[in-house]
Design a protein around this ligand. Sequence first.
Ligand SMILES: Cc1ncc(COP(=O)(O)O)c(C=O)c1O
Length: 433
Amino acid sequence: MSEVVEAAGGLAAARSDEVLTRYAGAVLGTYGTPQRVLVRGEGALLWDAEGRRYVDLLGGIATSVLGHAHPLLTAAVTSQLATLGHVSNFFATPVQVALAERLLQVLRAPEGSGVFFCNSGAEANEAAFKMARRTGRPRVISALGAFHGRTMGALSLTANPAYREPFEPLVPGVERVPFGDVDALAAAVGRDPGAVAAVVLEPVQGEGGVVPAPDGYLAAARQITADAGALLVLDEVQSGIARSGAWFAHQLHTPGQPGLGLPDGVLPDVVTTAKGLGGGIPIGAAVALGERAASLLGAGQHGTTYGGNPVSCAAGLAVLHAVERDGLLAAATGVGAALRARVDELVAGGGHPLLAGLRGVGALQALVLARPLAKEFARHALEAGFVVNAVTPGAVRLAPPLVITAEQVAEFTAALPELLERTEPSRALGRTA
Ligand SMILES: Cc1ncc(COP(=O)(O)O)c(C=O)c1O
């Protein structure tokens, strides 16, 4: 590979400052200035161009489920590419069918269900939006704090005005309700239930700050949408594919208890997924559960060239296989428990005044800060060799590869008091750490 990069511009072994200078001259500035130039990864470790080592607690934003350079994923992708890389949707491939069947299995899909493959989370939500439109009903309800992607349809469902307003007018018909408020959802749907095509929700709002739906909320949303004859679309782009400790967060359910998820046997109409599904290879999917949802997009009504690409589907199969083979559902739960134990201990012991707690499920967590210093915390963490993300001003997202070791998690939690102290010196606040 370095031969190709070298031939294209001599950057294969370049230092960070040269790469960043040339980045600024060649790549559009939509993502701001990159924080580091990364050149290699292994498991939950990353190295930059100067050879500095980082523990990856972000996993490419909740994506690299199997970490970096995972042998099974690498083998699946390279062997598929060496056999058959792309053919278009005029043809079927065994690997695409196998992944669709496996996804339907883990979603406990009934007869008549079906998968639409695409390339990203936003595209998966575009497909779901088009399904909603095909009901013939004009209203679509999403939540405040929601993030569903940046393409025009997905953006219309997204809440953040700073993302939306520069691109208005967006797709009409979308209304927003406060996340987690059953009465507000019931009232909004109730204003004209027959006109509601779909309610679109994240079981855990990721970009909104890692905010899990309150217990019973999704179940109530299922009841409200069913009564109105509307679709319930769950966006599991961030929370799905083992991250929550279940295959999908809406499956987190203990019988007899009002939990985050839906009771056994109760399903949404559409689930969207991407990110973790490819473990680092681009793929997304909108899964229509049951005959009604599956009938909404007919022949010729939606499509994309790369949808169901054999290499992406091989990646998806490798991820799902490794999750099962290597017990990564339990691993995700374990990561969350280890983080919680340490944060609870810190907070209970008087901890650091900046640390208010931990919020999330499984390996999708946020350190909740008492003041809006998440960016500063993330900068100090990076300097100390930990990749995290300031998801909101007051929340630091932790979404590591599920293969992260207990020692690597412990390395971070051991550094936590010092990172908090560097972010906001407690002496300066007149308090003791
Ligand atoms: C819940 C959710 N939906 C959709 C998206 C958009 O996915 P993508 O960036 O792959 O388009 C994201 C990305 O962060 C997400 O978290």
